[in-house]
Design a protein around this ligand. Sequence first.
Ligand code: SF4
Length: 290
Amino acid sequence: MLLKMLIVNNSILSSYERCERLYEWKQYHPRIENIHLSAGKALAEAFYSSRLAFAQDTSAQDAENIGKLAIIDHFNGIDDPLNKKGLSKVLFAFERSNATFPLEEFHSFGKDGKPCLEFSFVEPLPLEFQGEPVLYSGAFDAIRSYGNLTCGHDDKSSLYIGPKWPEQWSLRGQFIGYAWGAQHYGIKLDGFIIRGVPIAGDNPPQETIIYTPSYLIREWLEKTVQLAKRLLNSIEEKKFYPSLGDSCNAFGGCMFREICSLNPENRLDWLQSKFESYEIDPLTKARIMK
Ligand code: SF4
């Protein structure tokens, strides 16, 4: 029942805002296994399992070892020394992150006797589509106590982290939307801690904090509903227009540039031959093949 309803999230709406076609073609994904995603997933599993163990009174050292085992399991114990994001590099990144930000200083926020790790939500926006509420979903790594603050926490892994890394996060709708979601569970977040975890390079891991006051959440909700209405309009009209701005060439270039250059009647065949077709279930993150 839930999957028949329209579920949006930050990624869907911000892609749609960049270019309507990115929504129309959101089910198409590159065929090659993305090693960057795999390394990020291994780190996420390690952080989750070590934090859970530590919150359940395992010693920090043993909890860290549980995290390392999660990484080794993820790669089936096989290291590829030529892979910049292979097993040994990811283990190094995890150890370096724990050396910089010790597990003993990570105080998971508890609710109903459980640590808030891998927090996810699906909540209705004040908007309907075909008689059903439009839902907004989000998922982030943890809620933690930080001094006298209650903060969301998200780990962001990448190959390198530069000195300006902390400057890119303020006012990000992604985090303001998470704070809106947490409110529905009676948790008022003061802000978000974002941890940058480099897998290579000399720059150490970094953390930065951004704040999510209620006036930003109010503005976020108005903007999100406005954008979702535009999206509903596109869905009803079955019209998704191309970008007229710099989206085609920004961030190294959109993966659909070749397709968009073709005569419209040839595009679908090319999409189906060059990309894998599946959607991601926003609740379970499982692939739904198309
Ligand atoms: S290439 Fe440009 S128009 Fe085509 S989907 Fe990408 S951003 Fe949109």
